[in-house]
Unconditional design. Structure first.
Ligand code: ZN
Length: 447
């Protein structure tokens, strides 16, 4: 089957070989994934004075605001968080606290069985000079302590202190370098943090928050129901029924076999679709019945099993708005850590003379076409961008009163749009500002 492919010309916004780099994307850390299984490296790098810890509590990142400065992810030193980490060794723990696992036990590779969940996020390498970690020196995983001693850059870990007594957390924060320097240290809602932290921090936050959330909400083995623990420095879950000291079961947990991909962190794909009229003059926006008042955005939906992204674009347009996709074009993807999505942005083309209907799946309260002028007026309106107090527009939670209040004022925008640093906001702005053009078919037939 051939789909019409519309030629969507993109003019001059590519910032790298990858094209557009979204907020939450372009992560600044070298993840050093091959070292996640090396206890010698991990336990040595924890002790490096350069290492920094990003803390979470109930999914909220710890932000630090210096007395005269802007908020950023708090970066605590290892000596600041030592009272919270639990017993050493910190990775490749064995049954009893304080014991190091034998090196040849794969179930215990960089495992944490004692202490709060911690994840090795990677290394921020210095911008100039020699590479921080020449892979040839590390691929053998030998002399890890010596490697760490030579390491250039800043290693990052996350630590989830949700289950640590708050008095201990408070004491650690007050005693930390940031605390002593007078910074305000506060756990802040993740979406509110979106309007506060910069691009660098958004990349650290997006990987850390998704892993923290995954560990916090997946406590039991999907194969047999036993409790799980983390290994691979937080990047994998193991089933406790397979630990060396666990009683042998009659029927071993299915995760002992090759197919155990459900023990790895998940990322759920969602398509975000900005539908453009054939003459490129209008876009179709919808509002979910649970969204804040007068809030409109691009249509969206989860990719279902057995679907390509393109299939989802077609299905969602039809289910949500009764619109037939005449063509589509991929734009970019954005990791979305609330909790574990990757947003795939598409432009679709549809005929605005066809009726719009929202009665099929009843997910939308309204869907309608807006002209470029209307969208530009909303973008220009000082109050239109919702990023300042990022609403939970993707979670079905009603926003508080301020939006309604703004809508009542005389100068309220025609509608409120998604945050400019979310995929839908980028798709809308790029189209409205003429950075994309969907007026020509790829096969040469002008519409
Ligand atoms: Zn199991």
């Amino acid at each position: 089957m051939m789909r019409s492919l519309y030629k969507i010309q993109v003019r001059g916004y590519a910032t790298s070989a990858k094209g557009h780099t979204h907020y939450f994307a372009g992560g600044p850390l070298n993840r050093l994934a091959w070292l996640r299984t090396s206890p010698a490296f991990l336990n040595a790098v924890v002790r490096s004075p350069e290492t920094r810890w990003v803390l979470f509590s109930d999914g909220k990142p710890l932000l630090a605001t210096p007395p005269a400065g802007t908020a950023a992810l708090a970066r605590l030193e290892t000596r600041d968080v030592l009272p919270l980490l639990g017993p050493e060794p910190f990775f490749s723990q064995a049954q009893r606290p304080g014991e190091l696992a034998p090196p040849d036990t794969k179930e215990l590779q960089a495992a944490r069985l004692h202490g709060p969940p911690a994840v090795f996020l990677g290394l921020h390498e210095p911008a100039e000079g020699a590479p921080a970690l020449p892979s040839s020196e590390l691929s053998g995983r030998e002399n890890a302590e010596a490697v760490v001693a030579r390491l250039r850059g800043t290693p990052y870990f996350s630590l989830d202190v949700t289950d640590v007594p708050s008095a201990n957390v408070d004491a650690a924060l007050q005693g930390s370098q940031s605390g002593r320097d007078g910074a305000k240290l506060e756990f802040v809602d993740g979406r509110a943090a979106m309007s506060l932290i910069n691009q660098f921090d958004s990349g650290v936050f997006s990987v850390a928050r998704t892993l923290v959330d995954w560990t916090a909400r997946n406590k039991f083995c999907a194969g047999c129901g036993s409790p799980v623990y983390t290994l691979w420095a937080g990047w994998k879950h193991g089933c406790t029924s397979l630990l060396p000291w666990a009683p042998k079961a009659d029927k071993p947990c299915p995760t002992s076999k090759a197919l155990n991909n459900y023990m790895h962190p998940r990322t759920d794909p969602v398509v975000i679709i900005l539908t453009v009229s054939r003459d490129n003059s209008k876009v179709l926006l919808g509002r979910n019945r649970n969204w804040p008042k007068n809030f409109y955005s691009a249509l969206a939906g989860f990719v279902e099993p057995g679907e390509s992204h393109e299939d989802t674009v077609e299905r969602e347009l039809w289910e949500e708005a009764g619109v037939k996709a005449l063509g589509m074009k991929y734009h970019s993807t954005q990791p979305w850590p609330f909790p574990a999505n990757v947003m795939a942005g598409y432009y679709a083309v549809a005929d605005p003379s066809e009726p719009v209907r929202t009665d099929l799946d009843n997910e939308l309260e309204d869907a309608r076409w807006f002209t470029r002028e209307e969208v530009l007026s909303v973008l220009a309106h000082a109050d239109s961008a919702s990023a300042k107090q990022a609403p939970k527009w993707d979670s079905g939670v009603e926003e508080a009163a301020p939006a309604e209040e703004a809508a009542r004022t005389q100068n309220a925008p025609l509608f409120k749009g998604p945050p400019p640093n979310a995929m839908a906001g980028v798709l809308i702005a790029h189209w409205a500002q003429g950075k994309v053009d969907v007026s020509a078919r790829q096969d040469g037939d002008l519409v």
